[in-house]
Design a protein around this ligand. Structure first.
Ligand SMILES: [Zn+2]
Length: 251
């Protein structure tokens, strides 16, 4: 039991930024293999992480561990999608069947990745994509449980909270508009349409607007109206600028 917990902890480990490229994928590929061997599990389909991919790990219906094809950073979305379609004789509908994904979270991650690519640079659309992601994964949690869903929910929720607090710039994640090659864009739009018909794109409430924080993280608003560093507030109050602004306000 304890051993199992240790392994489960290990595979949910996210890269801490200190490990080199290709470290996480190698570890996960090894751990997945070892775990299934020890447990006597044989996943119907295994996915090997490509160099640099930092994907989540899921448990399939039989309890075997399977590395995600799409969920996680450094996803080679287009490449992996084309691979999946090829495995299904070039048939997109076949490729997108639930049984081709170790977890429905991976399927939702695919459309989330695509929305990021299609809407890069559009803060509002990216927020909408994040909201749709969280809602769908919460639905999936009821079917598949916490193991396959909680890390993904926490990741995206954390990102949205950090953006609202001004800790991370929304631009950083909404990115620069990308010039997507025509073939890629057309395939992406087809996937979005198909998956949205399956319910991978519904929100039952209006999208929470991305809040522009009036006071960025680590700063404070003085009664004179100036935005200053939180640690520098006392010093600021002694400045002429502050005194002049207060005098103006009291006029
Ligand atoms: Zn002031």
């Amino acid at each position: 039991m304890e051993k199992e917990l240790v392994i489960e902890k290990l595979i949910t480990l996210k890269d801490n930024g200190q490990s080199g490229k290709g470290f996480y994928d190698k570890i996960v590929n090894k751990v997945v293999k070892l775990y299934n061997k020890v447990k006597g599990k044989k996943p119907k389909k295994q996915n090997h992480l490509k160099d640099g991919e930092k994907h989540a790990v899921f448990k399939d219906k039989d309890g075997a561990l399977v590395a995600a094809k799409f969920a996680g950073p450094n996803t080679k979305t287009y490449e992996n999608l084309k691979e999946l379609i090829k495995e299904n004789g070039g048939d997109l509908t076949k490729a997108l069947q639930d049984k081709n994904f170790a977890s429905l979270t991976d399927k939702e991650a695919l459309i989330h990745d695509i929305r990021y690519d299609l809407y890069a640079g559009d803060t509002k659309k990216i927020r909408e994509a994040d909201e749709k992601f969280v809602k769908k994964i919460q639905e999936i949690r009821k079917k598949e449980g916490a193991f396959n869903t909680v890390p993904s929910i926490a990741g995206i929720k954390g990102k949205m909270i950090a953006e609202d607090l001004g800790i991370i710039s929304k631009d950083k994640f909404s990115g620069q508009p990308r010039n997507i090659p025509k073939d890629e864009r057309m395939l992406y739009e087809q996937v979005v349409e198909k998956l949205e018909q399956e319910g991978y794109g519904k929100l039952d409430r209006p999208i929470r607007p991305v809040r522009e924080p009036d006071v960025p993280f680590g700063k404070k608003k003085c009664e004179c109206g100036s935005i200053v560093r939180a640690s520098g507030l006392t010093k600021h109050k002694k400045t002429d600028k502050h005194k002049q602004l207060i005098a103006k306000l009291n006029k």
